[in-house]
Write a protein that binds this ligand. Structure first.
Ligand code: KG4
Ligand code: ZN
Length: 335
């Protein structure tokens, strides 16, 4: 079964084809809207939606051609139905649902975070159920016990900002361009980690929830104290922030692994591209005799391949959308 995946939940138009019988992605393409939103310092939802309108169908054509297929070779369509920006979601959902109807093939609405969660299955080294998943993106910070496909128990989540959001907001305070996460991590490389210390929020009490909004406030207070911060000051704040955010995630992962007794940890979502997080979790894996799984870097951030794969998983189990609704929900609780 060959499944076309369409991702338009935020600022990337992602399209891919996953072939279940070959067990691989045949082609995938991404159009990033970063240059479009950069001048505004963040995603402008209406511009994002309009750009998806002009990019999605050409990308679908390109992906089908790149896979050396014809339209009639596609057996199902998976589209991101949420959570995300409503206007942006509606574009992919309308195109995905309509194409599936026109081509007379099944459609399936996919949860964006489930797409991230399953992205490590696109790698050669695959996890097996059950496992613990740390999902870290611009909108979510989740610790999930994954029992089986579709059987997800949320063990912990952020009570305020997501970790990616905290990276983005702190980066903005430091005068860095959107998207802030990678820019902050790059600046932190020149920083002196010993100069400042940020708290590790909610690690001194029981439980697996997170809180990241205080880290941004902490950075703002430090910047105010410095009055006219120089580049080195910003780099020193960036490394202290990054250390605290990553340390907090690692502490909670260690705790969740101990509490659940699970021996595999899957890490996905945009922040899983962070080099410090990857290194620290590899270390944790060695020390605690657990296995850790990451998607390749290009499948950490939003992409069509993870949606095609998640859709294929559900379709091959016989699930499909049984109506013609164009499904889109800005909020959609996982599990
Ligand atoms: O999964 P994603 O592409 O989109 C959402 O579903 O939100 O995640 C985007 C988030 C942004 O907050 C971005 O700053 C963050 O992932 N991010 C990073 C890195 N690369 C992307 N944060 C820290 N370090 C990175 N290298
Ligand atoms: Zn995402």
């Amino acid at each position: 079964m060959r499944v076309l995946g369409i991702e338009t939940s935020c600022d990337e138009t992602g399209v891919a084809i996953y072939d279940g019988s070959q067990g691989k992605v045949l082609a995938h393409k991404l159009f990033s809207q970063i240059p479009l939103h950069k001048q505004y310092g963040g995603v402008v939802p209406e511009l994002a939606a309009r750009d998806h309108v002009s990019k999605t169908i050409p990308l679908i054509r390109e992906v089908i051609a790149a896979a050396n297929l014809r339209n009639t070779d596609i057996d199902g369509i998976a589209y991101t139905a949420g959570p995300g920006l409503m206007g942006a979601l509606l574009v992919g959902a309308a195109i995905g649902r309509s194409l599936a109807w026109a081509w007379n093939i099944p459609a399936i609405a996919v949860h964006h975070m489930e797409g991230h969660l399953l992205a490590p299955f696109l790698e050669e080294q695959k996890p097996s159920f059950p496992f613990l998943a740390l999902l870290v993106s611009g909108g979510h910070t989740l610790l999930v016990k994954v029992n089986a496909l579709g059987d997800y128990a949320v063990l912990g989540e952020s009570i305020d900002d997501a970790v990616g959001e905290a990276f983005d907001k702190t980066a903005k305070l430091l005068g860095l361009p959107y998207p802030g996460g990678p820019a902050l991590a790059a600046l932190a490389k020149q920083g002196n980690a010993k100069r400042f210390h940020f708290p590790r929020p909610m690690t001194d009490r029981q439980g697996l929830d997170f809180s990241f909004s205080g880290l941004k406030t902490h950075a703002a207070t430090m910047l105010k104290k410095l009055a006219t911060p120089q580049t080195q000051d910003c780099a020193d704040i960036a490394i202290a922030f990054e250390e605290a955010a990553i340390d907090t995630l690692v502490i909670k992962c260690t705790r969740a692994l101990a509490e659940t007794g699970l021996q595999q940890l899957v890490v996905a979502g945009g922040v899983s591209a962070n080099q410090m997080l990857r290194e620290r979790l590899h270390k944790l894996a060695t020390h605690h005799a657990v296995e850790v799984f990451f998607p390749r870097l290009e499948f950490c951030t939003d992409n069509g391949a993870m949606i095609a794969y998640a859709g294929w998983q559900h379709l091959q189990q016989g699930e499909r959308q049984d109506d013609l609704a164009i499904k889109a929900q800005a909020r959609w609780v996982m599990g």
